[in-house]
Design a protein around this ligand. Sequence first.
Ligand SMILES: NC(=O)c1ccc[n+]([C@@H]2O[C@H](COP(=O)([O-])OP(=O)(O)OC[C@H]3O[C@@H](n4cnc5c(N)ncnc54)[C@H](O)[C@@H]3O)[C@@H](O)[C@H]2O)c1
Ligand SMILES: O=C(O)CC[C@@H](O)C(=O)O
Length: 529
Amino acid sequence: MAKVLISDKLSPTAVQVFKDKGVEVDYLPDLGKDKDKLIEVIGQYDGLAIRSATKATEKVIAAADNLKVIGRAGIGVDNVDIEKATQRGIIVMNTPFGNSITTAEHAIAMMFAVARQIPAADASTQAGKWEKSKFMGVEITSKTLGIIGCGNIGGIVATRAVGLKMKVIAFDPFLSPERAVELGVEKVELADLFKRADFISLHTPLTDKTRNIVSADAIATMKDGVRIINCARGGLVDEDALAEAIKSGKVAGAAFDVFTNEPAKENVLFGLPNVVCTPHLGASTSEAQENVAIQVAEQMADYLVNGAVSNALNMPSITAEEAPRLTPFVKLSDQLGSFAGQLTESGLKGIRIEYEGDVAEMNTRALTSVVLAGVLKPLLQTVNMVSAPAMAKERGITIEETRREQQGNYENYIRLTLVTERQERSVAGTVFGDAKPRIIQIKGINMEAELGENMLYITNKDKPGFIGRLGTLLGTSELNIATFNLGRKQAGDDAIALIEIDGSISDAVIAEIEALEGVVQAKALKFSV
Ligand SMILES: NC(=O)c1ccc[n+]([C@@H]2O[C@H](COP(=O)([O-])OP(=O)(O)OC[C@H]3O[C@@H](n4cnc5c(N)ncnc54)[C@H](O)[C@@H]3O)[C@@H](O)[C@H]2O)c1
Ligand SMILES: O=C(O)CC[C@@H](O)C(=O)O
């Protein structure tokens, strides 16, 4: 039974979801904060469910010998080393929509808070001061809100702000003109946004491009009295530059939920006039926490139990519905990749995968990942379908995928061609109605072979007497033939034999086969069945 560790504070509903789906679960909500303890125990788990307190660092991942999936109950995955997870074949998934409304509402709340200085006014009033003239605010109606990053959360903020009668402008290179119209926002360039906005709200991930997107230079181009809200990620705004701009009066206020260093026990913004801060509360509503906990538990359990993949950041999705239909093709893809990979001895330059017929309409991205893992496995023992695409890319191997809907002799067909420094070698296979994969072509030679655990692959000159000599040799070596498949282009040409053997084939037997008259190549191949 798969075993999952929940190492952050997740709604207890997640525990029940895991149990209901047949996954064993340990709920240790404070463990994530103890790096050493996490490293000590992580090896025993197949899944790790986290929020933001647990840092799934390179060291944690290196110690995670059985880990198959990391599930983030939330959106941002900057606390997970995705590259290292991918290299170890661990899927990283998040819950991209479960807390979007809640976070967008927090951004709107923060905008009001900074427009009317509510936290400071509250503190003063409760201190018995009644400082009515000190807290003069501004209306937001008719003001311009500049949204940087108009995805899920930015989009919700935009529609709420339009409802509040604001003029909304947005900078997001991936925002389509149609979506901008749908949201009621004007798509603008960043420099334009900085010049025009009365309020600026950030909603991008933290990347190399977005780090310090609000810099000292950017602030200098803004309207005097602008107010800045960050409920996305610390590091999007240069906090030192903002602090200076607040002190000088250039910026009239800031509302921050996220900070460059978290937990933010101290920060240059703390204590400045009209700065409102919350401790990364954007996603903290009971509704959002219930949503993300249930979603992450369902996704992780679906993967661990059924192989379904949703919302993975390092692997194509496979829905629970398509997983059973895809299974025989996953097996075929693995066999084709493994077959070609085991026969490849010179430097691999390119991989071509052709899908034809029914299979061309399936989730070929996932199948391609499986093929790649099969090809690379003989070279890189730890590779799997998660890590294979990245590993192939790292090694400069080009990947080409084509899909054709028309059918030839078979209802479906996958052909894999490996391009090496010396040659191109192709192998093709199909899945029949019995859901069993078959190899149907090797190097252009037709045959119909089912692969077993131990296969003997031989290329030989098609001359009389060869099969007899081979049968005698296998017999005297006490190797029993389970199935025997032959193919050739034409009489006298190269022929291929693919033979299933009951038991493994030693190097000594392979050497004897190679010494038989007419043998061009002999190889023992192993497959997982
Ligand atoms: N405060 C919280 O508790 C909390 C909760 C949830 C999400 N978040 C954060 O909010 C942010 C947005 O989340 P989301 O779900 O809307 O993500 P999203 O992926 O749906 O949207 C992000 C948008 O940013 C845009 N973008 C990327 N690079 C950009 C750039 N250089 N300039 C302008 N736009 C760019 C993308 O095109 C995309 O539309 C993330 O950083 C996420 O981690 C914070
Ligand atoms: O889990 C949290 O409280 C914060 C989540 C938020 O930052 C996210 O990216 O989803």
